[in-house]
Write a protein that binds this ligand. Structure first.
Ligand code: LLP
Length: 415
């Protein structure tokens, strides 16, 4: 669900006409809806109301500090994968005691920064990382809380680039080695405290089964660890719940919650979740302007001012984003089949292929839907294009929460 809708002929973000925002900010621009962010957080946390749990929004999905602050104000924790994300989360008012640090390649300076900030737990992905974390903790004369990220070898049935819980993926420690690594850490790495167990099997998962299959494996490990005398308090299920971009019908967080609660009942653990996409995906749109409409033989290209540097998902994963006209034009009803493409000098630069869409003319504004997750956060300056502005709509008003970059910004630091 989300709060983007037509009011008469005008596509609006909460109570604000998108056209009015664009008059002030120009295009391309990302627009988020604060009410949608709050509603999504509320729905997710409500699904686990009856048990101890921490929702740690996955910062990589959308790292704008106003977005993070919105979640922090609702009581959210954060899942980070770099020191930069930790810096952002803290700037946004995050409680370090609700921060988990994931990622397969944490540097020692990043471990040090997070240890000094006293985060809740490190999700460790290799035996060597355990040793590295122990050394940093020893140097700082402290103890590091950790969970092992277990690779449960479960197929999440999603795009191969965003599937992470299979043996062939680089993530986590194989389930069959995990207990041994915990026991070795307990014996030899005295500056580590094993407090949890973690897994994350992939992203844009639209079925419940893969989550529960992974959970069943993790549960077996929890029992084994407890029988070895290890005090496991936290079970981190990662993120991954999918959203509707097109015709997908992912489970509502309440259904996901029911299944997880059933599977974990009686375990006496605090559950941790790292949702990203499901919190922000449908809470954001990318608004772009049609520059030219060009016909080559029998193909029509709608050339817009947003490129793969602004929204990489279609080019990278062939992903689908619905496209809506910001103003329903008098010619509404007339349709074309077109490729919606950006200005970048690559044939892979497209937002949509062979899309049946309303006939548009140069100057028309288009809203690219479901762009709130992995949209701006994956954007770049490729082709020396300044990164675009971000706006937060809130009730009847809106705020620019990131200024459009200038040419000065894009050469900053260069000699
Ligand atoms: N936790 C960990 C350890 C992760 O690696 C991820 C996402 C998440 C949580 C959040 O997953 P989510 O709830 O958002 O599915 N750029 C891709 C998605 C990459 C996901 C990477 N990891 C895309 O645009 O589809």
């Amino acid at each position: 669900m989300h709060f983007f809708a037509y009011k008469g002929k005008n596509f609006s973000a909460e109570g604000v006409k998108v056209e009015d925002i664009v008059k002030k900010t120009g295009t391309p621009v990302y627009i988020y809806s604060k009410k949608t962010l709050r509603t999504h957080y509320g729905a997710f946390t409500k699904a686990f109301d009856e048990v101890d749990h921490i929702v740690c929004f996955s910062v990589k999905a959308n790292s704008n500090i106003s977005v993070l602050r919105t979640f922090a104000e609702e009581g959210s924790g954060f899942d980070i994968v770099s020191a930069g994300e930790l810096y952002r989360a803290l700037k946004a008012g995050a409680n370090p005691k609700k921060i988990v640090f994931s990622g397969v390649g944490k540097r020692s300076d990043e471990l040090e920064f997070a240890l000094k900030k006293k985060i809740l737990m490190f999700n460790v992905e290799s035996p060597e990382e355990l040793t590295a974390l122990n050394s940093v903790a020893k140097r700082l004369k402290t103890k590091a809380n950790f969970a092992i990220r277990v690779n449960p070898d479960v197929d999440p049935k999603t795009h191969p680039y965003i599937s992470t819980g299979l043996k062939k993926n680089k993530f986590g420690i194989p389930a069959e080695d995990a207990v041994r690594e915990y026991v070795l850490a307990k014996q030899n790495l005295k500056c580590l405290a094993p407090v949890g167990i973690d897994c994350h099997i992939g992203s844009q998962i639209t079925k419940i089964d893969p989550f529960i299959d992974a959970l069943e494996k993790i549960k077996g490990l929890v029992h084994k660890l407890r029988s070895e005398g290890l005090e496991i308090k936290y079970l981190d299920m990662g993120g991954g719940l999918g959203i509707t971009y097109d015709k997908e019908a992912p489970p509502h967080p309440s259904k996901y919650g029911e299944a997880v609660l059933k599977s974990t009942s009686g375990l006496d653990l605090t559950l941790i979740f790292e949702p990203g996409r499901v919190m922000v995906g449908n809470a954001g749109i990318l608004v772009t302007k049609v520059l030219y409409v060009k016909k080559n033989d029998d193909k029509t290209f709608v050339i817009v001012d947003a490129g793969m540097n602004d929204l990489a998902r279609p080019s990278l994963y062939g992903s689908y984003h619905a496209i809506k006209p910001v103003k329903v034009s008098p010619s509404a009803g007339e349709e074309i089949t077109a490729d919606v493409v950006g200005p970048i000098c690559e044939s892979g630069d497209f937002i949509a292929k062979d899309r049946i869409m309303p006939a548009v003319k140069s100057g028309a504004l288009l809203a690219v839907m479901s762009a709130g997750a992995y949209g701006f956060s994956m954007s770049s300056n490729y082709n020396s294009r300044p990164r675009v502005a971000e706006v937060m709509a809130d009730g009847k008003g809106y705020k620019v929460i990131r200024k459009r970059e200038t040419f000065e910004d894009i050469i900053r630091g260069e000699k």
